[in-house]
Structure formats: structure tokens, C-alpha cells
Design a protein around this ligand. Sequence first.
Ligand SMILES: Nc1ncnc2c1ncn2[C@@H]1O[C@H](COP(=O)(O)OP(=O)(O)OP(=O)(O)O)[C@@H](O)[C@H]1O
Ligand SMILES: [Mg+2]
Length: 138
Amino acid sequence: MGGRDFHAVFQGLRGWPGWVYRARKMMIVMTNTKGGVGKSTLAAHLAIWLFDQGRKVALLDTDEQATAAAWIERAEKGITVAKATMVDAIRREWKKLQASYEFIVADSPGSGGEAAQAITLLAEIAHIPLRPKDPYLC
Ligand SMILES: Nc1ncnc2c1ncn2[C@@H]1O[C@H](COP(=O)(O)OP(=O)(O)OP(=O)(O)O)[C@@H](O)[C@H]1O
Ligand SMILES: [Mg+2]
């Protein structure tokens, strides 16, 4: 998927209910117990898209693989990147970041577990990407 396509997808944010788009503080997490569905790709691109819109955004990566963090660190130095994989550290980083940023985009591990639960419960919006295969759509 190219940059233009991602841009088109995230323009859809404007179609969300007004309170979502006008919100001043929000964490959006990409989560799914299923691996390889596009969580990290979406997290990285959403963070960059928000940054390009002039919003104050940080990325919080709770996956040990830290794919989204590595992507952002290479692609956009203006975005703050935090990494935390243990529940206490996740809560600490979230608290710290939400004091300074309008948006926190969080990535979660593909295996579920405590880190995925913690970050999902803290988020205002949990975005659950799916692969369009029959078993996941029924
Ligand atoms: N919208 C898309 N269209 C096509 N390919 C995609 C799309 N989003 C992600 N991919 C590709 O799918 C693969 C898995 O993506 P990604 O690493 O983002 O998934 P993930 O859910 O974060 O995986 P994990 O659970 O292992 O962390 C990558 O090769 C990525 O380039
Ligand atoms: Mg990932």
C-alpha cells in the first residue's frame, strides 16, 4: 500500500464523530491477538499522518519487536517514540506522554497478553485491523 493510499484511509478520520476529531487528548491503539494483520504499519502511518497535520503526536510501542518504533525513528525524527513492554512501564509512559501530546498512537504485540490488554484498556480508541479472510469475517 503506497503513501497516497494511507493518506486516503486516514482522511477518513474526518468522518469520525465530531468529538473524536476535536478531542485534545487521545490514545489510539492498533490491537489484535492475531499477528501480521498490519498493526505496526497502521500505527507508524497514522502517527506520521497526524504529525503531517500539525498535531502533537507520540508513538508508544508495546511490542518487543518494536517495528513501529524502528519505522518512525527512521522516517520522522519529529515524532517522539517511547517503548514499554511491561504493564507498569506502559502505564508510566502513557501518563507521561499524555501530559504533553494531543495524540498517542500505540502499537501492541500480536500475541495478546498483559501488554496488549493494558494498552487497549488505556486507549480511547482501539483499532482492530483484520485480514479480509473468510474465518475472520464470520
Ligand atoms: N494495508 C496493507 N496492505 C498490504 N500489506 C500490508 C498492509 N499493512 C501491512 N502490510 C504488510 O503486512 C505485513 C505485516 O504487517 P505488520 O508488521 O504491520 O503487521 P502486525 O500486525 O504489526 O504484525 P505483528 O503481529 O507481527 O506485530 C508486512 O509485510 C506489511 O508490509
Ligand atoms: Mg507489529
